[in-house]
Design a protein around this ligand. Sequence first.
Ligand code: AGP
Length: 604
Amino acid sequence: MCGIIGILGVEAVALPMVDSLKLMEYRGYDSAGVATLEDGKLVRRRAEGKLKNLDARLAMQPLYGTSGIGHTRWATHGKATEAAAHPHATDEVAGVHNGIIENCKSLREGLEADGHTFESETDTEVGVKMVQRELDRGLSPIDAVAAVIPQLRGVYAFEFLFAEDENLLVGVQMGAPLAIGFSDDGEKVSLGSDVVALAPHASKIMYLEQGDIAVVRRTGVTVLNDGKIVSRLTQKIDPEAAKADKGPYRWFMAKEINEQPVVLQKTLSAYVDLMSGTIKPIALDFEKIKKVYILACGTSMFAALIAKHWIERDAKVTTIVEIASEFHKSDAPLEAGDLAVFISQSGETGDTLASLRFAKAAGLQIVSILNVLTSTMARESDIVLPMHVGPEIAVASTKAFMGALMVLACLAFAFAKAKSVLEDEAALVVELTSVPGLVAQVLLLDPQIEAFGRELSKFKNAFYLGRGTNYALALEGALKLKEISYIHAEGQAAGEVKHGSIALIDEHMPSVVIAPSDRWFEKTISNLQEVQARGSPIFLITDETGKGEVSVPTIATLVLPEVSGITAVFVYAAALQLIAYHAAVATGTDVDQPRNLAKSVTVQ
Ligand code: AGP
């Protein structure tokens, strides 16, 4: 949700911290700020909006301190203003924070009763003032933080800088990610949300665990948990994990869409033995599994809806897909030994992580399909199935969605194989290995897809209609469009529209109809005719066979390669990604960092 960084160095740290914050902008970009120690005083520079505004502020009013903390924000409490920007500070302590303090209201009331005043509505400022109150009671900085933490409820990470000690950062990991970076020359130690933030300053990394309080000094680090000193593993940083640049593309999203044919081959080779043309086994106790739950959010949840079809068809096991934010507070009658699958690009999504812990507590087998393998979910899963698609920076998830689908298909096949019910494994493997090439064919249709997207961008609303796996694609296509172009879009089960939503149909409500010539085609075209008859402008996505069957006029018809089964999902998903991308470019929005969003939503 937010990105936090702290550095103890030998040179000025303000600009190196801003470099880290820029690499973490995908976590949130409503406002940003840094604080350093200058001649024993805490000095801050903060700015509303994107990091470039903080850059400008620092250019006019530079900071020279060699100890500092910094933050880029996705607003959870209070508006995205400069006053709400972190770091929050008193004369003696400054703090930055990622996550939520759920009981901040009552804590704030207690502080106000003790005479403290506030400049913002943020929960972060409450945390900082709590530490100040302990300093006022005579506690040392470390003891002050240790006294405050048990009073805070929620999932968060904090970093504190103290005016009295320029060789000290105190970090707290309470469920949100936090790690320590060590430079080769030993001259710099850093504290940040993830490897992307630390890689520019460190060659080794230490991931903190829940409940850890890190006492960070240039001369060394001590980690406390529950009052006792604990040791945490230090490992080398994978340079790949921190690398992300746009290459020849204007937007990360364009790069990541176009990378798909290549990265999907990498995913494929991790789960399919390409020499023998067989599905590799997955080390799960499949015999025990009577039900499968798949939990995720947003785009990842739509991948789950598609996987349900594959697992039930091939492994013949009831598969339940739930929105993660609904699942972890549900009364689902979970059976130990059943399988819970979690899908998450970031591995830090708060609702999905809460669902993982809920299922783990019930004794289910925990499998996570992730892209970030250093994430909290990776550390808490029984088995991690990597997506292998490389860093995904654009907020709109594309290659991670496709990578998840590839893994889910292989999981379904491996499950069926383990139960000896997989039919025609060789044919399925041929289907899977054809996916990267077919996606590449869709990318070659970019000019037609750009025209399609531009036409769609002229509307303020849109329905996306589909049946079966095309319904899940309708949900995904609508989400892609609305989250980057701000055009209101709703994915609908095509057969459901006549039960209510059809009241919204008129010439201002176009329908994007996803209709490969598959087993749902005829019924989907009937639904197309129902909405077209009531004035809906039609945007049809089909293949040559389908195009020949449809006689109604359309605003645009996109003809995709003639495919079926598993491969159709990838082909139509790629087209939907490009449609949304071109609609957003035509609309002029910030394609990679759309308003109000963040790449990793760590709050629940
Ligand atoms: C996808 O385009 C969205 N940005 C969003 O729905 C995302 O899929 C969701 O927040 C889940 O993220 P995760 O895969 O990192 O858990």
